[in-house]
Design a protein around this ligand. Structure first.
Ligand SMILES: Nc1ncnc2c1ncn2[C@@H]1O[C@H](COP(=O)(O)OP(=O)(O)O)[C@@H](O)[C@H]1O
Ligand SMILES: [Mg+2]
Length: 270
């Protein structure tokens, strides 16, 4: 379970105004939730995820995860509980190491320092099984440098690495945005399959309204650091991309979404 209470992050642009990138957000995610997060550029999605991962400090409010108050925990301590995948397929992996070596490093992450890593036969078998399950064929690439993989394949390996030790929370920040549509689709299917099979709790930021409508059991729309739309339960299951466009329009008419954001979201949908 993840709980945010009045989480606030303020940035001061040099000489400019203060930006409330996250504005008093309160949110409870029961364990096993798969939440999709959307919003225009600059709405605060990455800052929200960063504040949970510990790369960004809150200047107000609290965060609890899996029974711990992690508000003041440094990033490396939270890494034991939080797995992350970013937009850039190169992030979080070592290009010169093989796929298996990268997984070996990930398998030791968050354990006692100085333990090092080793590519044992047991690890090889487990890595092949996990890769083969979500991306059949990828298990034959274990001994190749991870840098020789395509972006999509690399994101799938990164996903396996990020979830190797079954994190309390998986954070995905537009992890398919840098991929071509076919690869993005494969990575999204692998992601959804993995989250379901391992019953992970996940927050996934996406720029795809199709993904937003079809994936997950809850949808959050972030605007100016606030959650302005929260759809869950049966309403989320029924949600289509058309419904979403209508919801954006309703928010705009209610002045909860400015014209520009409504326009941008409508364009994303088009
Ligand atoms: N490190 C930073 N320093 C100053 N301003 C930042 C920083 N990171 C983000 N911001 C600002 O905070 C707001 C939210 O940014 P971000 O969370 O990256 O949005 P999103 O991920 O939704 O595109 C934007 O106005 C952005 O310019
Ligand atoms: Mg972002």
């Amino acid at each position: 379970m993840l709980e945010l209470h009045d989480a606030t992050v303020t940035f001061a642009a040099p000489g400019g105004p203060l930006v409330r990138a996250v504005d008093a957000v309160s949110l409870t995610l029961p364990a096993g939730s798969f939440v999709v997060v959307i919003g225009t550029n600059g709405s605060g999605k990455s800052t929200l995820l960063g504040s949970i991962a510990g790369t960004v400090r809150l200047d107000g409010g609290r965060i609890r995860l899996a029974g711990h108050d992690i508000t003041r925990w440094p990033e490396h301590r939270r890494a034991r509980l939080v797995g992350r995948v970013f937009q850039d397929p190169r992030a979080g992996t070592a290009s010169s190491l093989t796929v298996l070596e990268n997984i070996a490093v990930a398998s030791q992450r968050g354990l006692r320092a100085g333990l090092g890593w080793a590519t044992t036969a047991a690890l090889r078998e487990e890595a092949a099984a996990r890769l083969g399950r979500i991306a059949p064929g990828l298990e034959t690439r274990l001994d190749q440098p991870i840098g020789s993989l395509s972006g999509g394949q690399r994101q799938i390996v990164t996903l396996v690495m990020a979830t190797w030790r079954r994190p309390e929370l998986l954070l995905l920040d537009e992890h398919t945005a840098a991929l071509d549509p076919a690869a993005a689709d494969r990575v999204v299917q692998a992601t959804a399959g993995l989250i379901r099979a391992d019953r992970l709790t996940a927050l996934m930021v996406t720029h795809s309204l199709t993904q937003a409508a079809s994936l997950g059991d809850r949808l959050l729309l972030v605007h100016r650091g606030r959650i302005v739309l929260d759809v869950q339960g049966p309403a989320k299951r029924r949600l289509s991309a058309d419904d979403l466009a209508a919801r954006f329009d309703a928010l705009r008419r209610g002045d909860q979404l400015d014209d520009e954001a409504a326009r941008t979201l409508a364009e994303l949908y088009a």
